[in-house]
Design a protein around this ligand. Structure first.
Ligand SMILES: O=C(O)CCC(=O)C(=O)O
Length: 291
C-alpha cells in the first residue's frame, strides 16, 4: 500500500471503532441520566469482604461456597448480547407498553403496583429520596411476565452452577441510585449486575442483623451501620457490571444500588415449590425473614 494512503486507512479504522467503544464494557446503556434530584450520596465500601473468584471450578464452588459463604463470580458467562438488549433505548422500544409490577422496597415487599414500563422508566426511575420509608418506595424487581419478555430472557446465560434438587427462576429489575431492598432471607441464588453497581450486605443465618423492616437500606447505612463494631459488621461488597454474587440458603442480605442499575437474579428454588408452579416464579422462597 502506498505510504500516503496509510493515514486515511487509520482514520477509517478509528472512525469504525468509535461506536463500538461507546457501547463497550464501561458504557452505562443510557441509564445514567441527568434529572431532577441529586443522586443519593452512596459510595462503595472501604474493604470488600466477599471473595472474588475468576477461576472457580464447579467442584470447588460446591465444596467451599455453595452451603457456607457468599462468593463473587467473574468471567463465567458472557452476557454481552443480553446487555446490549438491556440499554434504555432498546428496552423502551421493545417493552415500553408492557405492564410491569412494582413492589414496595421493604423487607416483606407486601404492596404491588402495576404500570406501563415506559411510565416507570420516564417518571419513577429516579434516585432514592433519603427520607422516604421502604414501604413508600416502589421497586421494579421480580414479578416478571416471562411470556411477554421471553425475547429478552432467552438471551440471558445464568451462572452454570446448579444445586441438586433446585430449579432456577429469574427475577429481573431496574432501579435508581440509592434504592435497594432491606434485610431479608430466602433460598440460595445468584445476582448479576448488567448496568450500574450494586452494594451487598450479608450476614450468616445465625446472625440476625439489627434493622427496621420498613426502613430503606440507604437509611440503615446512614443510621445503623456507622455504630456497628467491626465484629458486628456484615460481609459486604459492591458488584460491578458483569459480576455475579452467589448467596447461600438463608443468608440475610440487603442491597443498595450505587447507580441506576439493571440486574437479574437466578433463584435456586426447591423442586417441591417449583413443581407447584406452572411458570418460572419470580418470587424468592422466603422464610420468616421475608423475601
Ligand atoms: O437486587 C436487588 O436489589 C434485590 C435482590 C434481592 O434481594 C434478592 O435477590 O433476594
Amino acid at each position: 500500500m502506498a505510504l500516503e494512503a496509510r493515514p486515511l486507512l487509520w482514520l477509517a479504522l478509528w472512525t469504525l471503532a468509535v461506536p463500538a467503544r461507546s457501547f463497550g464494557k464501561d458504557a452505562d446503556g443510557g441509564w445514567r441520566r441527568p434529572g431532577p434530584g441529586a443522586p443519593a450520596a452512596v459510595t462503595e465500601e472501604e474493604h470488600c469482604t466477599v471473595e472474588r473468584r475468576a477461576d472457580l471450578s464447579y467442584a470447588e464452588f460446591v465444596q467451599r461456597y455453595a452451603f457456607s459463604r457468599p462468593v463473587i463470580l467473574q468471567g463465567l458467562t458472557d452476557n454481552s448480547r443480553f446487555r446490549d438488549l438491556c440499554t434504555r433505548q432498546r428496552l423502551l422500544a421493545s417493552f415500553g407498553d408492557s405492564v410491569v409490577r412494582l413492589s414496595t422496597a421493604n423487607t416483606y415487599s407486601y404492596q404491588k403496583v402495576d404500570l406501563p414500563f415506559e411510565k416507570y422508566v420516564e417518571q419513577m426511575l429516579h434516585p432514592q429520596d433519603p427520607i422516604s420509608m421502604g414501604n413508600d418506595t416502589l421497586y421494579f424487581f421480580g414479578d416478571n411476565n416471562f411470556t411477554e419478555w421471553a425475547s429478552l430472557f432467552r438471551h440471558y446465560s445464568p451462572p452454570p452452577f446448579s444445586l441438586l434438587g433446585t430449579t432456577p427462576a429469574y427475577s429481573f429489575g431496574i432501579a435508581g441510585a440509592g434504592s435497594g431492598v432491606p434485610f431479608h432471607w430466602h433460598g440460595p441464588g445468584f445476582s448479576e449486575v448488567i448496568y450500574g453497581r450494586k452494594r451487598w450486605f450479608l450476614y450468616p443465618p445465625e446472625k440476625t442483623p439489627e434493622f427496621h423492616p420498613n426502613k430503606t437500606t440507604l437509611a440503615w447505612l446512614r443510621d445503623t451501620y456507622p455504630a456497628l463494631t467491626p465484629s458486628a459488621r456484615p460481609l459486604e461488597c459492591t458488584i460491578q457490571a458483569g459480576e455475579v454474587l452467589y448467596f447461600p440458603d438463608r443468608w440475610w442480605h440487603a442491597t443498595l444500588n450505587l447507580d441506576t442499575s439493571v440486574f437479574i437474579s437466578t433463584f435456586l428454588g426447591t423442586e417441591v415449590v417449583a413443581a407447584a408452579s406452572a411458570q418460572p416464579t419470580s418470587a424468592p422462597l422466603s422464610g420468616p425473614g421475608g423475601g
